[in-house]
Ligand binder design. Sequence first.
Ligand code: PMP
Length: 360
Amino acid sequence: MRTFDDLIKPSVRRLQAYTLTPHRVPIKLNQNENPFGIPPAIVAETLRRVAGRDWARYPDFVPTELQTALARFAGWQADGVVVGNGSNEIIQALLTILVAPGTPVVLSEPTFTVYRLMVEVLGGTVVNVPPRADFSYDIPAMLEAAHRTRAVAVILCSPNNPTGVTVDEPALRAFLTDFDGFVVVDEAYHEFCQQNFVPLLSDFPRLVVLRTFSKAMAMAGLRIGYGLMAPELATELGKAKLPYNVNFFSLAAAQVAVEMYADELRPLVERIIHERARVSAAMASFDRFRLLPSQANFHLLHTPHIPPRHLFEALLAWGVLIRDVSRYPLLGEYVRFNIGTPEENDALLAALQAIHPEAA
Ligand code: PMP
């Protein structure tokens, strides 16, 4: 009789699943969400549009209306837009069509953990090129590794989760010019730094830009993301993506969010950027912790005197939930938190000031 070990791929059997322990706390700063919530005007208009839809019917096979809206919103062509059930699904579909057992993919860890997880589920090989001491991408080393291993793709997250660093445009251009594999730039947090590599798509058909509605767009619960890419690649990706992957409610909400972005969401993004500056100015005077600069809606906090797990627990007792990232490579002395509402940020600042190494 065969056991699970005989049946399940060894590349999967030895993996640790992506998990997150739920905590019910008043102040939730652990998942880089929009703390202001979804604007009521977007909810009302979405409900108006879906009212009367027949739940017995499938959503559109190809969500052309949203693809067209996203193309206009992002500045690309509609046949190069792929909509996914979160950008996680786009990452999964893309890697599914690129990675066979042993296929190398270049990453720079610490970065978003789903990249490694998906490459390894598919039996591929992660070629990890650590960042420099300040966590900036070591682009020459990544390029060298990509050439040496004949990698199929490199994934650059910009701003990077969890370090907040960005890849600069000359470096990205160098990569796109010198490397003949795919260059995936995950722009999940681009609204917070105004960086946008979409204009490069027309010159570089191996560039893929990933976006999500889970952060600035305040719709993490509805699971929408999208990829912008060469139409030829979009066609191939469509073979690995599940049919009807996004439900009509989420499609409608995304459509409304794009239409109302300037009036309803951009002001929230601006408030988050403003709060980011305020929090980082306030934390500059802390002597027990050091805040790392960030271009995203979250920060790494260096905690050399209080172990990250203790700090996490101590903040939890104050009703503040952050992320202990100390198990990530190079981040043994770090935690991550996202920018909240002004009141939430004040609570975090007060708690950090009150927590002492002896008490934590
Ligand atoms: N990319 C990055 C860099 C992220 O941080 C996240 C969410 N934490 C995602 C992608 C996944 O986003 P989605 O909710 O659209 O699947």
